[in-house]
Design a protein around this ligand. Structure first.
Ligand SMILES: Nc1ncnc2c1ncn2[C@@H]1O[C@H](COP(=O)(O)OP(=O)(O)O)[C@@H](O)[C@H]1O
Ligand SMILES: [Mg+2]
Length: 519
């Protein structure tokens, strides 16, 4: 008799349905065959499932057992098929009725004793179940909160195989989320703990750098900090997520899906409510950064989706690794192509990078003697490719803070230079951009280029004259001029000005320190 159970597999951050068909034939030599492009981890399922069934005292008679995973043309990995496979075997052996199993999508890893363990990708699985008309899902207890994010779906959270059988035999009438305390499907409040732990109020002085942060956050621009060790570059970077606008529900869902697929949602966590901050070390591999692998997993770029990716010591990253950032920075997503199939991970990020001005770090620090030769400095900077630097609109010099600034009094609540004040300025400028770009598909000024830059950033006569003088004096390329106009647009938005004028351009020119010598 053939019994069918529905499971799921992942493609990027989306789930698709996998039908498990289990056939038990009493005739012939006992054997177990699994077909349908199952990878190693799925094949090992068999051992866990039979042990779990035995220890839960279900008797599966020796027989010719065939399991088919459909669609057959897509690879299936992971341990989430343990539970559906066990249920399929029980069904085929006559313990369960087909009508009872059909309305459910199931997932879970089994321990040898029959405990159900958490698996990755439950959030996209729940979305799939809702969209393809399943009335309920049976998932591991530890994944319950993420499953409960999806409305209109009965979530049964089980701790053991026996509990899953009980649900399917009608022994549990009510879905668990209706009677217990799963996390509600709203993003967590902007984590109060984070907000107080990472406030710009603690960064003394550095008004120039903070102003650049407000501009970057307001216009969605990438930013590079250049300064000596200890000048506070890391400190500045890790406070940036706190001045970005809070995640919308849709954004929170997208971000949480990435974490669900990566298996990084903590038990009991539903939607993530805070913008991510990821700071991979410079020794990270290309796959670690952009994602991939034989069963593709999201990389740091995708884990930073809708948040900040911080690359400290930028020139120390491998050249190949940095090159692989270019396309995602342009497109906001990563396409991974492998034998026949291609899949996508989201990667709409704000890139924040930091570096020393020279190999020893002290070239711009009046308090230290720089020991580097001009040649060494040039070589160090040449490690960064022009095209990558081109994607970073703001380059900011971060000087070492003089001692008297360190000992200055703390800023009062809400004063300029605190996260609270910066957040308000950013939110205000973002509102102006949303109104302006309503019908264009653009989200912020950083996305402006080519024709759209001309449409949305017309320059008045005096403004144009100013920029052309600056371009002559500083030998700016056309590309550099476009970047200056984009930043000036954001500065004008912060200024609540409709038009870009010479003042805005004059400030924007300041954020091109680093490549003046390059242009
Ligand atoms: N402007 C500042 N205000 C307060 N403390 C600072 C400031 N700049 C640096 N510090 C202190 O110096 C330490 C090192 O700063 P860090 O951000 O790691 O520097 P960098 O990343 O530039 O090497 C910080 O942990 C902080 O204690
Ligand atoms: Mg640092």
């Amino acid at each position: 008799m053939i019994f069918r159970v529905a499971g799921f597999a992942l493609l990027g951050v989306d789930a698709f349905k996998v039908d498990l068909e289990v056939d038990i034939a009493r005739k012939g030599i006992p054997a177990f065959t699994m077909v349908g492009l199952a990878e190693g981890a799925v094949r090992e399922s068999k051992e866990r499932v039979f042990a779990a069934l035995k220890n839960a005292r279900y008797d599966i008679p020796p027989a010719r057992i065939t399991v088919n995973l459909a669609p057959a043309d897509r690879k299936k990995g992971g341990s989430a098929y343990d539970l559906p496979l066990a249920i399929g075997l029980l069904g085929a052996a006559g313990y369960l009725r087909q009508e009872a199993a059909s309305p459910f999508l199931l997932a879970g890893e089994l321990s040898l004793s029959g405990d159900v363990r958490p698996v990755s990708g439950i959030l996209p699985m729940a979305v799939l179940a809702r969209d393809s008309g399943f009335s309920g899902i049976i998932v591991p207890k530890d994944n319950a909160a993420e499953a409960a994010v999806v409305k209109g779906l009965a979530v049964y959270a089980v701790e053991t195989l026996a509990e899953a059988v009980e649900v399917l035999s009608g022994g549990v009438a009510e879905p668990h989320h209706a009677r217990s305390s799963f996390a509600p499907a709203v993003p967590e409040e902007q984590d109060a703990e984070y907000v107080s732990a990472f406030d710009f109020a603690e960064v003394k002085g550095q008004e120039h750098a903070k102003r650049a942060v407000v501009i970057a956050a307001a216009g969605g621009h990438n930013i590079l900090f250049v300064g000596p060790p200890g000048s506070g570059k890391t400190m500045l970077a890790e406070r940036i997520p706190g001045v970005l606008p809070p995640l919308s529900f849709e954004e929170a869902l997208e971000v949480s899906k990435v974490y669900s697929v990566a298996g990084l949602l903590a038990p009991g966590k539903g939607l993530l409510g805070r913008r991510p901050f990821r700071a991979p070390h410079h020794t990270i591999s290309r796959i670690g950064l952009v994602g991939g692998g034989s069963v593709p997993r999201p990389g740091e770029l995708s884990l930073a989706h809708k948040g900040v990716l911080f690359l400290d010591e930028l020139p120390e990253f491998g050249r190949q690794t940095l090159e692989s950032l270019r396309q995602p920075l342009e497109k906001g997503r990563i396409v991974i192509t492998r034998a026949g199939a291609s899949l996508e991970f989201p990667a709409d990020i704000m890139l924040v990078a930091a570096m020393n001005p020279c190999p020893c770090g002290y070239a711009t620090d009046p308090g230290h003697v720089c020991t580097c030769t001009a040649h060494q400095i040039q070589q160090y900077r040449a490690r960064l490719s022009g095209p990558l630097l081109d994607r970073i609109d703001l380059h900011v010099e971060v000087p070492a803070v003089p001692f008297q600034d360190f000992s200055a009094d703390s800023l009062p609540d809400g004063a300029p230079g605190t996260s609270c004040a910066m957040r308000q300025a950013v939110a205000n400028a973002r509102r102006r951009q949303s109104a302006r770009y309503k019908e264009t598909g653009l989200s912020c000024n950083a996305d402006l280029s080519g024709r759209r830059l001309e449409t949305f950033c017309p320059l008045s006569g005096p403004a144009r004259a100013f920029l052309s003088r600056a371009a002559d004096r500083l030998a700016l390329s056309a590309r550099a001029c476009s970047r200056i106009i984009r930043i000036a647009r954001t500065i004008a938005d912060l200024d609540e000005a409709r038009d870009i004028d010479a003042r805005h351009l004059a400030e924007a020119v300041n954020y091109r320190v680093f490549d003046r010598e390059r242009n």
